[in-house]
Design a binder for this molecule. Sequence first.
Ligand code: SF4
Ligand code: SF4
Ligand code: SF4
Length: 201
Amino acid sequence: MKPSPTRRQFLVTLGRVLGITALAGVAARVCLGGRADAEFIQPPHRYGWQINPEACTYCGLCETACVRGPSAVKAVNDQKKCSNCVACYGHLCDLKTPSALIATTTKLVCPHGAVQRNHFFGGLDGAYLYSIDADRCTGCAQCAKQCNAHGSKSMFLVIRPDLCLGCNECAIARACPSHAVERVPLYPIDDFRGEYMPEVT
Ligand code: SF4
Ligand code: SF4
Ligand code: SF4
């Protein structure tokens, strides 16, 4: 028996509705399903926060703005750029201090005595190696400020990846007046651990 025109029309409409529904389901799986899966794909590397030394003005906020105490920010000295001066702007308050008295003076830029001065050629006026004792450094930026204002710009601040808690939004980035703290790709944390402060002998 042939379906009546009304019944045939109903079946055609039902077929169209089911067809459209099926197509919409496939489209949703492709579009929405693909996007949802992508959220759970492990990124190729972690992200972390780091200070752009070109933008930092050494305002000192890094010491107190970090949620960690002491701050995850530490000063470092790039040995390839350092001039190894007898008297260092990042170390001494008074550059006219006689060289024989530098080792014993208490007028130092770092309030915590974290800037270390060591001979590496020997001799009173030989070359000097300046490094930062990270255990004492609070990230106040005073040494880097002086070095960048008057010296060879070899001192700067870093957020130590092995100390940073990796906050979703870095409190220093929020506070920094120079927008110097950026979210950057971070390679496996073991690559950084212990690499900052080579022992000076
Ligand atoms: S808050 Fe910004 S400008 Fe100030 S020391 Fe830290 S990174 Fe540099
Ligand atoms: S002056 Fe400040 S930033 Fe530099 S080593 Fe001392 S505590 Fe660290
Ligand atoms: S991400 Fe958090 S722990 Fe790391 S430097 Fe910023 S405020 Fe400090």
